[in-house]
Design a protein around this ligand. Structure first.
Ligand code: EPU
Length: 430
């Protein structure tokens, strides 16, 4: 078992370097299946979701070389159309991109229904609608999605998404790259990682335009070739460190960010009284007074991201006054609130709305993580709380945050990782 032990109540200071975007990396690796050649990808975050996808690709016959911890060469030229083991697929939401990439490359795909964080029902009907618009026959059988292109292959189609979906936008884009003719996707998601995936595929020879707007056009090409690409910095990782400074106080330079991508988060932190200074590829965050209340509603980009909702709630639990947080993307993303309440927060959840009455301080205790961003919220709360917090089930956190302990120790946090073995030996790092 792995847990983190935090002695809270200390301001953060120094600088932190942000890794490559998780949700871009986990779409690009499956998309690399479309490429017959070597994809050299820089700024790949070293996180467990990425390691799992690399294992799946490698089991399919992809050649993977790690040039440094964050630079990979992925060559899927000789990949085979293998069904990834259900136990692996169910551990990661992004395994749904294998449906688009296997269908695009091999004309058929059999992929277990994806897992991922539990925020209520997370259907993939819009992905399926898109594959069908390209001519594929799609069935769900015994927990698997089975998709098959017609004999003549996929052909371009027109898809109007019923809701703005990150996964469906990217998956349809992936499947359409090698289809004959042009595909139009309307009502697309516009997150920075959508643009990043399109840029990655274009660097390998695809013809995608409009990514980052409501309408994406994919002109099918005969094949993709190898190339080099560097993943954008992770907006949510950066936002999580900014929120940590807001909650603990301090002065931190968050390096390797695209400030424009951070606007939706920076604007809210400013409203809460946090000072920020923007540079070309860094944001300095300074917090020395008390936080002000704020209302938040999560929305698709460029709105406030749902993936920052738990972290900002942790901050608002120690702000002056009452804040109202409305979750606009998922049915059930407040499961973590009960753990913050154990630390002394005053939060009432009613369906998609949480009312947070700020308290003077949180106090350390033992808390459990229920998903990735909830985990980041527990760490932030622990850093801000008085006394010792033990955070359990941190494997969720390590799915998406590279070296969180090393980075926080670099900011002078008192945090360590403790690995407990069944014979009760313990190992500590950081
Ligand atoms: N939805 C449907 N049908 C679909 C697809 C989506 O009803 O076919 C609904 C979802 O249930 C949800 C909403 O539409 O209510 C939006 O879901 P979306 O498809 O945008 O989410 P996702 O692709 O499953 C990705 C990220 C999530 C992030 C969301 C929203 C990956 C691997 N996951 O999920 O990231 O919360 O977009 O931005 O990219 C995280 O990183 O912590 C994380 C959960």
């Amino acid at each position: 078992m792995i847990k983190y032990e935090i002695n809270g109540g200390h301001p953060l200071s120094g600088s932190v370097y942000i890794s490559g975007a998780k949700n871009a990396a986990v779409s690009m690796l499956p998309a690399a299946l479309l490429v017959e050649g070597v994809c050299r990808i820089e700024n790949v975050p070293d996180i467990s979701d990425v390691r799992l996808l690399l294992q799946i690709l490698s089991d399919m016959g992809a050649m993977i070389r790690r040039q440094s911890p964050n630079i990979l060469e992925v060559d899927c030229t000789h990949a085979r159309n293998v069904t990834a083991p259900i136990e692996m697929v169910r551990r990661i939401r992004a395994s749904y991109y294998l449906i688009g990439s296997q269908l695009g490359r091999f004309g058929r795909a059999k992929v277990a229904m994806p897992g991922g964080c539990n925020f209520g029902v997370r259907p993939i009907d819009q992905h399926i609608k898109g594959f069908e618009a390209l001519g594929a026959r799609v069935e769900q059988l015994d927990g698997y999605v089975c998709a098959e292109a017609p004999e003549e292959g996929l052909t371009g189609g027109h898809v109007y998404l019923d809701m703005v979906s990150v996964g469906a936008t990217m998956n349809i884009m992936i499947a359409a790259v090698l289809a004959k003719g042009t595909t139009i996707i309307e009502n697309c998601a516009k997150e920075p990682h959508i643009v990043d995936l399109a840029n990655f595929l274009n660097a390998m020879g695809a013809r995608i335009s409009g990514a980052g707007t409501d309408i994406i056009k994919v002109r099918g090409v005969e094949g993709l070739h190898g190339g080099s690409y560097c993943i954008i910095p992770d907006q949510i990782e950066a936002g999580s460190y900014m929120a940590a400074v807001a909650a603990t106080g301090g002065d931190v330079l968050v390096q390797n960010v695209i400030p424009k991508h951070m606007d939706c988060i920076t604007a809210k932190l400013r409203e809460m009284g946090v000072r920020t200074e923007e540079y070309d590829d860094a944001i300095r965050v300074i917090q020395d007074g008390s936080l002000r209340r704020a209302n938040i509603k999560t929305m698709p980009y460029p709105g406030f991201p749902t993936d920052m909702q738990p972290q900002i709630t942790a901050c608002l639990s120690v702000a002056n006054g009452t804040s109202i947080i409305t979750e606009g993307i998922y049915d059930n993303r407040f499961r973590y609130a009960a753990e913050l309440v154990r630390m002394g927060a005053n939060i009432q959840v009613n369906g998609e709305v949480a009312v947070v009455d700020g308290v003077e301080r949180l106090h350390g205790c033992s808390v459990k993580v229920c998903d990735l961003r909830a985990g980041a919220a527990m760490v932030i709360a622990g850093l801000a709380a008085e006394g010792r917090t033990t955070v359990e089930d941190v494997h969720y956190i390590e799915r998406g945050y590279e070296d969180i302990i090393g980075k926080l120790c670099g900011l002078k946090a008192d945090i360590r990782r403790i690995e407990t073995y069944s014979d009760s030996r313990t190992d500590a790092a950081g």
